[in-house]
Design a protein around this ligand. Structure first.
Ligand SMILES: Nc1ncnc2c1ncn2[C@@H]1O[C@H](COP(=O)(O)OP(=O)(O)OP(=O)(O)O)[C@@H](O)[C@H]1O
Length: 298
């Protein structure tokens, strides 16, 4: 996952007095599912628009595949920025034929992409009979026609019902498994948490955080423990080096925070060696949501 697919440096865009993107730096690595997370108006769509060459930047640079932007790269990037317009009376297959002509892609790709998005059985039905989720899947199929290395999606589950949302998220993961790099903009933390491997948080056009989702989720916030002899447990916890903080909560359990997560295992072994058997042990995990809200309110 070390190859850099996209590198953005100091990207800035103003709309009159509004700074839509402010000195944005980002790196997206091959094979990752990268989430651009931020509330409405934080600059996600503007960023994607610039990266696709449909919006002019004011300053800063970006490189796709370690090269300065040029038209030929667009073939390697599939994108859905807004709901694409399909002909309502034409079938899925006929609509994709139109896209093939525009993109100069051979028709033989249609069967493959329809299978990929799970629409093969409905390929001959008119577009207007598709559910919203199916329409979105056809849009993704259309973006996949040129077999791009990168797929860019702006709010891919907007307006879908829970089943449609689950299907699209599943599809994104399947596409990522096939080796493509995916960049998606979303204001939904839950979405980023469920499908992305890495993410950056934008606020007023500025990047206020970037990192791996797994690392952010495994943020060691400690454990909640209790035992028959709480006083002894507390004493042992105080004596253990690596314990940052101990607090008795309103369930008469101890919440113990550590300097780093390796210490949790060591800590448990240490308690057993000292004759303490825990009757409760639960990890306390600060959710990504809490971290996200903290970041945005900072
Ligand atoms: N064409 C435009 N003209 C003027 N201002 C714009 C234009 N496009 C975006 N903006 C402004 O730039 C800022 C960033 O907007 P952008 O659409 O990139 O954010 P976003 O994070 O994608 O939000 P949303 O999810 O609401 O689309 C906002 O303040 C928005 O009002």
């Amino acid at each position: 996952m070390n190859e850099i697919i996209l590198k953005i440096t100091g990207l800035t865009k103003h709309y009159g007095r509004i700074t839509a993107i402010n000195q944005l730096d980002l790196e997206v690595h091959k094979g990752s599912v990268f989430g651009l997370l931020g509330p409405n108006g934080s600059g996600k769509s503007t960023t994607l628009g610039i990266l696709l060459g449909v919006t002019q930047k004011d300053s800063g640079e970006y490189e796709w595949f370690s090269q300065k932007p040029e038209a030929s790269q667009r073939k390697k990037i599939g994108a859905i920025l807004e709901s694409p317009t399909f002909y309502p009376y034409l079938s899925g297959i006929q609509n994709l034929r139109v896209v093939c002509k525009i993109k100069d892609v051979h028709d033989s790709r249609i069967e493959e992409v329809l299978k990929q998005v799970g629409l093969f059985e409905r390929g001959n039905s008119p577009f207007k009979t598709y559910s919203l989720g199916m329409k979105q899947r056809l849009a993704i199929a259309s973006a996949l026609l040129s077999d791009p290395e990168v797929l860019i999606l702006d709010e891919p589950t907007n307006g879908l019902d829970p089943q449609g949302i689950a299907e699209i998220r599943e599809l994104i993961l399947t596409i990522a498994d096939s080796g493509k790099t995916i960049i998606l903009a979303s204001h939904l933390l839950d979405e980023v948490q469920k499908v992305c491997s890495h993410f950056a948080v934008l606020k007023n056009g500025k990047k206020i955080f970037s990192g791996s989702v797994a690392e952010s989720l495994s943020g060691n916030d400690g454990v909640e423990i209790s035992s028959g002899d709480l006083a002894r447990l507390e004493q042992l916890a105080q004596d253990f080096s690596g314990v940052k903080q101990i607090r008795k909560n309103n369930l008469s359990r101890l919440e113990v925070q550590f300097e780093n997560h390796v210490d949790i295992i060591n800590f448990h072994e240490y308690l057993i060696e000292n004759g303490i058997v825990l009757n409760h042990l639960a990890y306390i995990n600060k959710s990504l949501e809490k971290q996200f809200l903290e970041l945005l309110s900072a």
